[in-house]
Design a protein around this ligand. Structure first.
Ligand SMILES: Nc1nc2c(ncn2[C@@H]2O[C@H](COP(=O)(O)OP(=O)(O)O)[C@@H](O)[C@H]2O)c(=O)[nH]1
Ligand SMILES: [Mg+2]
Length: 288
């Protein structure tokens, strides 16, 4: 069985950093893991490790922008259309990884997750190839500094999970900036230590954060009242999104996130028992 984790989320959320830490963690547990870079705009030094498969070997955003005269967003759309038209390239590349955990690092343009058909097509393709796929959506903890920005992030996560229709996990990344950095004053006075209770209202989004007790705060533009009420209602009726906190400075935190991903994908559930000569230490480590 092959597994793929689609690492999604807005630009700067920490997707590439998480992908690398995730891969390192799996390899340290003697599991074979590789990164697939799907961001045609990734700069050369974005990865601590060479991605095993890299869309930039098929098509580079820079070439598309230079030769076709597209901007970065149009260029990205072109690159994904090109990828889907040349999907045999991906099949061939994937053929080299038989028993692997593939970590697919995606670009940060959120329209890619909310309404373009490319990622759903790609996911269907992976599924047809027998690759069990799940999605993780990263939102960075700095979104907690602005309630409205935060809820727009929640809605984007919701729209991505509904659009992609695969097992899904939302992650609040960069929690080190929230809990262990009380003196960091760059984000103003609120960018300090928060109580657990306050953090919990974000990890399990409490719509009353934007409309406390059903009433608007006086400094909210009245034109947004109805919209905010509708958002509160949507989230109350469909509590689809909650976040797992990720603090990459804590090995336990990464371990917890990895075990949730394993569980979501039912990792190892239907592995064939291996012939004894295939066994090595790594296999025993995996079996727990
Ligand atoms: N403090 C902190 N910074 C992080 C973390 N993960 C990523 N970053 C930083 O956030 C920026 C964007 O990270 P990157 O992984 O490139 O984000 P991507 O655009 O989603 O791939 C970089 O400057 C990273 O060093 C984290 O867990 N904690
Ligand atoms: Mg990246």
């Amino acid at each position: 069985m092959r597994y793929a984790v689609l690492v999604t989320g807005p630009a700067g959320a920490g997707k590439s950093t998480f992908s690398t830490s995730f891969m390192t963690h799996l390899r340290m547990s003697k599991r074979s893991a590789n990164i697939v870079n799907l961001d045609p705009a990734a700069t050369g030094d974005a990865f601590e490790y060479e991605p095993a498969i890299d869309i930039r070997e098929l098509i580079s955003l820079e070439d598309v922008m230079n030769e076709m005269g597209y901007g970065p967003n149009g260029g990205l759309v072109y690159c994904f259309e090109y990828l889907l038209q040349h999907i045999d390239w991906l099949d061939e590349e994937l053929g080299g990884f038989d028993d692997d955990y593939l970590i697919i690092d995606c670009p940060g343009q959120i329209e890619l997750y909310t309404h373009h058909p490319f990622l759903p097509s790609l996911v269907r393709h992976l599924t047809r190839m027998g690759i069990r796929t799940c999605g993780v959506y990263l939102l960075e903890s700095q979104f907690m500094e602005d309630k409205y920005k935060f809820f727009s992030g929640v809605l984007t996560a919701m729209s991505a999970m509904v659009n992609l229709e695969v097992p899904w996990i939302n992650i609040m990344s960069k929690m080190d900036l929230i809990t262990s950095n009380p003196d960091n004053s760059s984000g103003g006075p609120r960018n300090g230590r928060r109580t657990r209770k306050d953090i919990a209202r974000y990890l399990d989004p409490d719509p009353l954060l934007i409309v406390p007790l059903g009433r608007e705060s006086p400094n909210t533009n009245p034109r947004f009242h109805a919209l905010n009420q509708a958002i509160v209602q949507l989230i109350e009726d469909h509590p689809l999104v909650s976040f797992l906190p990720l603090d990459l400075t804590s090995p336990d935190s990464l371990e917890t996130v990895v075990s949730h991903i394993d569980f979501t994908m039912q990792y190892g559930e239907d592995e064939e028992p291996k012939e004894p000569h295939d066994m090595d230490e790594g296999d025993f480590a995996d079996m727990e």
